[in-house]
Write a new protein. Structure first.
Length: 210
């Protein structure tokens, strides 16, 4: 069995970070064969920087590339749904950057489509695979910590000056940008146990985002 052949959807910063990390894995296991951007010149620049053989000026072209096994979707939040569906419908496996969708309704649409097409779909939450996270899960399975009654999570850094994090039209907001890390941590610790209720409070930014 040969290397998993990756396609990269978008030529933004997060895609750059993903490409850098992917290079730390054995090339016989993973290789990037194509990248797509809405601007061909950006895709070509990334292709040159990261030694990617194929560059496309549309996501549709990437979806039709027969040499791509799985697509990493690194577009901004509001475009996760249409981009992911594009690749799923083309029979591609998809690793979509977090948050998987803007809301639960979008996620359900993607999950249903993936099941119907029989392809792999996953939310790219890198912190879930940290060595520390794997060690914690191991300790929880062993019962070494005991019964966990409370999880307290705190995570933040200045984002108000970054449009894609603060502007509603770009899918900004504290919860979607970084709050998902705390939510997924709690889900991991409680091993999928669903909460009986959720209470939230926050502050609205001038853009209307929390």
């Amino acid at each position: 069995m040969g290397a998993t052949r990756w396609g990269i959807c978008s030529a933004g910063k997060i895609s750059h970070d993903f490409l850098v990390v992917l290079k730390t894995l054995p090339p016989e296991d993973h290789k990037v064969v194509a990248i797509a951007s809405r601007e061909l010149s950006r895709a070509q620049k990334y292709a040159q920087t990261h030694n990617i053989p194929n560059a496309y000026g549309s996501y549709a072209e990437l979806a039709q590339d027969p040499d791509v096994d799985v697509v990493y979707v690194g577009v901004i939040h509001p475009y996760h749904l249409p981009s992911t569906l594009l690749f799923i419908q083309a029979g591609k496996n998809v690793l979509c950057e977090k948050p998987l969708g803007m809301n639960s309704a979008e996620v359900k649409v993607m999950v249903r489509a993936a099941r119907e097409k029989g392809v792999f779909l996953m939310e790219a939450l890198w912190s879930r695979f940290f060595p520390a996270s794997e060690k914690l899960c191991s300790l929880l399975r062993q019962g070494a910590i005991g019964d966990v009654m409370v999880v307290h999570g705190q995570f933040g850094f200045p984002l108000l000056t970054v449009p894609r994090f603060s502007e509603k039209v770009q899918g900004g907001g504290g919860l979607l940008a970084i709050g998902v890390y705390c939510v997924q941590f709690a889900c991991m610790v409680f091993s999928g146990e669903k909460p009986e209720s959720i209470v939230a409070s926050g502050f609205l930014h001038d853009t209307g985002q929390s």
